[in-house]
Design a protein around this ligand. Structure first.
Ligand code: MRU
Length: 341
């Protein structure tokens, strides 16, 4: 797949408009951090690692806008920009991780805003490059869990489109196939925004990886029938007791547990937030119209009926067989031992 987001030579943020997929592959080119923030909120770009890189690039655009201001005014404006970007989506750790990483540069070089701007742009580009390297390593580590002939279920889209390139949950599949194994994918459609049907199916077809889409409620039956060997999902945040991922992930994990199907989570270390517990985390609630209407087009719920639209699920560690990071494969207990400070 082509990169989902990149910094252009003329200092713009170029991203695939994922709301148009699979029908149209079109790009947005943004020059204002406010537009980047909006693109995260309305999900032109989505997926925790891609959101993180977009946030860093948004901060870089803000430094360009404000670089001629005196230091104090510059930092005040940058704080406002950071708040706007942070307020877009509350659950993905990467958003906060990315803004904090840029903020470290801003606070350590406070004297010349113009120089800072160059450093921040370079850092944002570096974060995009690092994302791809991290995903490749997740791929190598996760591929060791896959056997020739495996059929892997995934939920939502934690592929190339959710990152800069290569993906997290889809990385082990890509890597195993590159290593000569025959692997095929079953993608949950993923109501209400249909990231599985629209995006996972699109990018796997684009890369000629066999994929079938199922309705969200089918995976339990398919596991019972022995048609799914493994589950791999991505994550927006890992706390000391649970994994946060797209709504519906918990039910998949329960079905996997009940059918003795391994349930793996691909998690770049930028999504780890191990000082928190699940109860500390705000679950994003999106506009109820996303549930009421299919992709904003066809209303499927009677007028006057309330809809609830929680965007993320909490899957407790007891249902997680292993977590794949860029450093290796860990049981939840091993993960805490390795990374918890
Ligand atoms: O609401 P989305 O599409 O941003 O949700 C994305 C997911 O749930 C992904 O699985 C998660 O961000 C991991 S992406 C590598």
């Amino acid at each position: 797949m082509i990169p989902s987001i990149e910094w252009t030579h003329d200092n713009k943020v170029k991203m695939i408009d994922q709301t148009l997929l699979p029908h149209k592959l079109e790009f947005l080119e943004l020059e204002d951090y406010r537009d980047v923030a909006k693109s995260i909120k309305v999900m032109n770009i989505r997926g925790a690692p891609a959101i993180g890189v977009a946030a860093a690039m948004g901060m870089a655009l803000a430094t360009i806008e404000y670089r001629t201001l005196p230091k104090e005014e510059f930092l005040k404006r940058m704080e406002e920009a950071a708040d706007v970007i942070r307020s877009t989506r509350p659950t993905a750790s990467n958003l906060f991780w990315a803004v904090n990483r840029i903020w470290e540069i801003l606070s350590s070089f406070p004297d010349n805003p113009s120089n800072i701007s160059e450093l921040v742009v370079e850092e944002a580009k570096l974060m995009a490059q690092e994302d791809v390297n991290v995903n490749k390593n997740i791929g190598k580590n996760g591929a060791t869990l896959l056997e020739d002939g495996d059929v892997v279920l995934t939920h939502c889209n934690a592929g190339s489109l959710a990152t800069v390139q290569y993906g997290t949950a889809l990385a082990p599949i890509r890597s195993a196939i590159e290593g000569g194994k025959k692997i095929s994918v079953i993608a949950d459609e993923t109501r209400p925004r249909l990231q599985g049907a629209r995006l996972t199916a699109y990018e796997l077809q684009y890369d000629k990886i066999p994929v079938k889409v199922i309705s969200d409620t089918s995976s339990g039956l398919l596991m019972r029938l022995g048609k799914i060997n493994k589950v791999i999902v991505g994550t927006d945040r890992v706390t000391s007791d649970a994994v946060f991922n797209k709504i519906g992930t918990y039910l998949v994990a329960l079905a996997a547990y009940d059918n003795e199907v391994p349930f793996y989570v691909a998690a770049p270390t930028s999504t780890l937030s191990l000082q928190e517990t699940a109860d500390d985390v705000t679950i994003e609630q999106r506009d109820s119209s996303e549930v009421k209407n299919v992709l904003g087009k066809v209303q499927i719920v009677p007028d006057g009926v309330e809809c609830l639209n929680y965007a993320f699920d909490i899957t407790p560690f007891r249902l997680v067989s292993a977590i794949i990071t860029e450093d290796g494969v860990f049981t939840p207990e091993e993960l805490l031992k390795k990374y918890k400070r």
